[in-house]
Design a protein. Structure first.
Lengths: 289, 705
């Protein structure tokens, strides 16, 4: 059986490769604002979802169900003096609504994966700003409480060592907490994708830190052993045998102009723009929603 | 029912009225624009042709110290400016207090015109001291109470200053005007010019600055502290015998939806944000998490965080204070943290919670969105009016090294704002920038070394064990301002009018005078019971027998019938009583050395003109060098002694007679004569743009263009 973390890594690699191919024609030469990218991807996502919906869903069934709901709404309006008729019609509307939701389950199930993948890729590509050269940054590491060496007390927060590459300085001693966390305050004097090495229990784990304008397309935010590794395709998941649960760098949100930035901002905009595109273009693509 | 100045809780009111104000202001601007266009305003075209004015306002810069430093060669940029143009004394206000002096400059009027007579005024109904910038009347009944929630419905607080600020005259004439950190302009008066309020701007609690002191050290008496003292415990969560975690909270804005307009917030009446401190088991270093929810003993997603070693300052840590549940209304504040000690006692300081400029919970700028725009350029910056932490130093919880390190943080913040102001200055603009580099440092550090009279006897507060660097600090601040001047001048257009001014100079204050104790001993102020020596005057004064009392640093009021609620001095007797007091005050001698303590006691009727004269103290007590009113007496108290040594806190002062503490004026133009004062600077700025002075302005331009 494939370990879950390996599967997560493969999924992320696949979608990163797909997005890499899709982004290739645009290239870095197109010096437009990031919010344009987010808008285009969201609208494109809405159109793709619309097309998928058209062919996966039972269009005739949906149309019929919606018509039946309209009939029952009209029934309520026409016979509002007859309370029994109103109750009966309301009950039928509820049943038809359930049927309508049922018609949507398959397309939603089909689209869920790709749409999540698009959102994860959008967040990875546009949510964070690499650290500025010379700025201070916190590196946070959490011990894996379920790792045998950690659970037995063999490895404690004070046993985790950080090895820094050239160009990166440690501004203060680390703080090791009673909750099994270790945090360092770092400063990078040079730009680049720095590789920070964490050593614990004889195992070395690398954590990348993007500094300066020539940072990688996907900012390396977090390596973790949890399901959250799916959300951070900028780096591989934390190795399963490491006594560390996660290692992360808290980047600032990227400025997207008028658009709200950060993870939440991008997710909100994706929902709003893709939904808006779907509704606006349903007539063009002859889709019944 | 009305009551005098309540706690300031403008956040909600601001939120509720922002839309209305914006609409009204838009209408005012439109009307002004139509007026200007219709008249084909000649002044506006003159104004547009002027090369522009840049003013550096350096609070407390003293001409004697400056001259010495220039002569020594340690202030080359000032020396160069003085040689190219003019350096002379600048007459200050009477009394020479910053809110008064800067109001003279802002309005071009004397205090009788603008109505600001002191840091503190008195409530005629109670004799209680009140902030001079705040409105006298607040409607205590202006609220709706629903299910235990209080919704204020009154108008937001407005500035008590009267008169037209020079920036409004300039803006109306089409001059792009930017005014940074103007003292006494909180709440900011409505304007379309960019203004950022300075001294007097409150923290989120509505105070001039309440810091928080977190410690597990036992403090037997914290009642006299100007701090929010937060006793904490250091928990040992992992059971290794070493304390590792502190759970506490930082208080921010008052709980605006549970307090009535005239309720004074105390104790648990403040909204708070979680603070969690992880302490490293081996090193003296901590991880501070601010804001966010506490779950399973940790704040997994703090709103802001910092790693600090002992003696290190954090950057601004932002946190939300939840005014309404479920995030319906959060008031965002920010504080800087400083770890004084980790072991054996944990001691941590948090600055007063400042209003976050990105989402200001109360107005600190005009237009309202200017704070957010400044934040886009600068990031977070001090919005509290007097950010230097004099309280912790006065309380003895900071030593001078702590204070000096905090001042460096404040100055770095000021440098960034000054750089922005210079960058934004274009030919034809008017910019004013206030610098706090000198004033409070002279107040707090003077006792270590007298920079004005280096050969004078030691200050009574002098500590022979204090390190020499504390005594050298004031000279260092002067030199720092010189470097700032050089940096600014090289980036400004050469033909722009460049003015450096200070609101007053400085003198040592070696003795503190309890003016109310003197009034008591002379029989002018009568306590209900002689045993009440030292009590607050407004609580324990027998007003039926009291003829005069002091409130504020220089103000002396008659208990005048018809003006004071319990007044007993008739209008017919008032002039004679004032004469009697003036004579006695000017003859008042220090029993320790026989020196005259009061240089000049001025009748307000003689020195003020304008619509607000009736609200002035009857006598402005101008102390001589070395003397000043005690803090106790300023607030109305009556200690046993009349005068005593001044050994701690504000050991340098300017709260004296104006002729004792003139300010400085440097201009990059040759001036024909001297003897100018603050209101002349205002007139000069307007004259430079071809504009006449506004109604009530009393100054005259010192340039001919």
């Amino acid at each position: 059986m494939i370990p879950l973390l390996t599967l997560f890594a493969a999924v992320n690699d696949f979608f990163s490769a797909v997005f890499g191919v899709l982004l290739a024609p645009f290239g870095e030469e197109l010096d437009w604002s990031a919010w344009v990218d987010v808008t285009l991807w969201s609208v494109a996502g809405g159109i793709v979802a619309l097309i998928v919906y058209k062919y996966v869903s039972n269009q005739k069934g949906i149309e019929k169900t919606k018509n039946q709901i309209k009939v029952h709404l009209l029934e309520i309006r026409l016979f509002k003096e007859d309370i029994l008729s109103v109750f009966a019609a309301t009950g039928k509307i509820l049943v038809k609504n359930a049927l309508y939701i049922g018609h949507n389950l398959l397309p939603v199930a089909v689209m869920l994966g790709p749409m999540l993948a698009i959102m994860i890729q959008l967040v990875a590509l546009y949510a964070w700003e690499p650290s500025e050269t010379g700025s201070e940054q916190l590196l946070k590491v959490a011990l894996d409480a379920e790792h045998p060496a950690v659970a037995s007390g063999e490895i404690r927060p004070t046993d985790v060592e950080l090895l820094l590459p050239d160009g990166v300085r440690q501004l203060s001693p680390p703080v090791r907490t009673a909750h099994g966390q270790i945090v360092w305050k770092l400063q990078a004097d040079t730009a680049g994708e720095h590789v920070l090495r964490l050593v614990a229990g004889g195992i070395t784990v690398e954590k990348r830190w993007a500094v300066g304008p020539d940072a990688p397309t996907r900012v390396p935010v977090m390596r973790t052993k949890t399901w959250e590794s799916l959300l951070y395709p900028g780096e591989d998941p934390m190795p399963a045998d490491a006594p560390l649960l996660s290692a992360s760098v808290a980047y600032s949100s990227r400025d997207l102009g008028w658009m709200p930035g950060g993870e939440l901002g991008i997710l909100m905009m994706f929902f709003a723009l893709s939904l808006g595109a779907g509704i606006a273009l349903k007539g063009v693509f002859k889709v019944t929603l | 029912m009305t009551r005098r100045t309540p706690p300031r809780r403008d956040a909600l009111r601001t939120a509720l009225r922002a839309a209305v104000r914006t609409t009204l202001r838009a209408a005012v601007v439109l009307a002004a624009a139509v007026t200007l266009l219709g008249a084909g305003n000649e002044s506006a075209s003159d104004a547009a042709a002027a090369p522009g004015v840049f003013v550096l306002g350096i609070d407390g810069m003293d001409p004697v110290i400056l001259q010495r430093k220039m002569d020594e060669g340690s202030m080359p940029h000032f020396k160069k400016l003085a040689a190219q143009g003019t350096f002379q004394n600048l007459g200050t206000s009477n009394p020479p207090q910053s809110p008064v002096a800067w109001s003279n400059f802002v309005t071009g009027m004397n205090p009788g015109g603008h109505g600001i007579f002191d840091f503190l005024h008195r409530d005629p109904a109670t004799g209680m001291p009140i902030d001079s910038a705040m409105p006298k009347e607040v409607d205590c009944e202006a609220y709706i109470e629903l299910f235990g929630w209080v919704l204020p419905t009154g108008d937001p607080a407005e500035n008590n200053r009267v008169g037209t600020p020079f920036w409004d005259v300039l803006h109306e004439a089409g001059v792009t005007t930017e005014v940074y950190r103007m003292p006494g302009n909180y709440p900011p008066t409505p304007s379309e010019a960019l203004t950022l309020s300075g001294m007097g701007t409150v923290d989120m609690r509505g105070t001039a600055g309440t810091y928080t002191w977190f410690t597990d050290e036992i403090m037997f008496d914290s009642s006299g502290l100007k701090a929010d003292y937060q006793p904490i415990t250091v928990d040992d969560l992992d059971g290794d015998g070493v304390g590792d975690t502190v759970y506490t909270a930082l208080k921010g804005a008052p709980d605006v939806f549970h307090l009535r307009p005239c309720d004074f917030p105390s104790g648990d009446d403040f909204l708070s944000a979680n603070i969690l401190v992880h302490i490293d088991p081996e090193q003296d270093v901590v991880w501070i998490k601010a804001g966010g929810d506490l779950e399973n003993g940790d704040i997994a997603m703090p709103q802001s965080e910092a790693i600090l070693r002992v003696g290190e300052w954090s950057d601004w840590l932002e946190m939300d204070f939840e005014a309404l549940p479920m995030g319906m209304m959060n008031l965002t504040g920010m504080a800087r943290f400083y770890v004084k000690s980790v072991r054996p006692d944990f001691v941590m300081y948090a600055s007063p919670v400042n209003v976050a400029p990105a989402v200001p919970a109360q107005p600190v700028t005009t237009p309202d969105d200017a704070a957010e725009r400044l934040h886009e350029h600068l990031g977070n910056f001090f919005t509290q009016g007097m950010p230097e932490e004099t309280n912790a130093l006065s309380d003895g919880l900071f030593d001078e090294d702590d204070y000096i390190s905090q001042v460096a943080v404040v100055h770095a913040d000021g440098d960034a704002m000054l750089d922005l102001a210079v960058d934004r200055f274009d030919r034809g603009d008017m910019t004013f920038m206030y610098l706090s580099d000198i004033d409070l440092q002279c107040h707090m550090l003077w006792r270590h070394h007298d920079p004005k009279y280096p050969q004078a006897p030691r200050h009574p507060g002098y500590d022979p064990m204090a390190p020499p660097r504390w005594g050298q600090a004031i000279d260092g601040y002067y030199e720092r301002v010189d470097a700032t001047l050089g940096r600014v001048r090289e980036r400004l257009p050469e033909d722009a009018l460049f003015v450096v001014m200070s609101d007053h100079g400085f003198q040592p204050q070696t003795r503190k005078v309890h003016l109310n104790a003197w009034l008591r001993d002379e029989g002018y102020l009568v306590l209900k019971d002689d045993l009440h020596v030292g009590a607050k005057a407004h609580h324990d004064v027998d007003w039926s027998k009291t003829r005069a009392y002091g409130v504020g640093f220089n103000g002396l009021y008659l208990n005048l019938s018809g003006r004071e609620t319990n007044g007993i001095v008739s209008a017919a007797d008032a002039a004679a009583l004032v004469d009697e007091l003036v004579t006695k005050l000017e003859a008042l001698q220090d029993p320790k050395n026989g020196r005259s303590m009061v240089k000049r006691a001025a009748r307000s009727a003689d020195i003020y003109s304008g619509s607000q004269v009736d609200a002035a103290p009857d006598i402005i007590v101008g102390f001589d060098k070395d003397y000043g009113c005690s803090d106790d007496s300023t607030l109305g108290a009556t200690p046993a002694e009349i005068v005593e040594d001044n050994t701690r806190g504000f050991t340098g002062s300017h709260l004296m007679a104006p002729e004792v503490v003139p300010g400085v004026l440097l201009v990059n133009r040759k001036l024909g004569r001297d003897g100018h004062d603050l209101t002349d600077v205002t007139a000069t700025i307007l004259h430079h743009f071809g504009l006449p002075t506004a109604d009530g302005m009393v100054g005259a331009s010192f340039i001919d263009n």
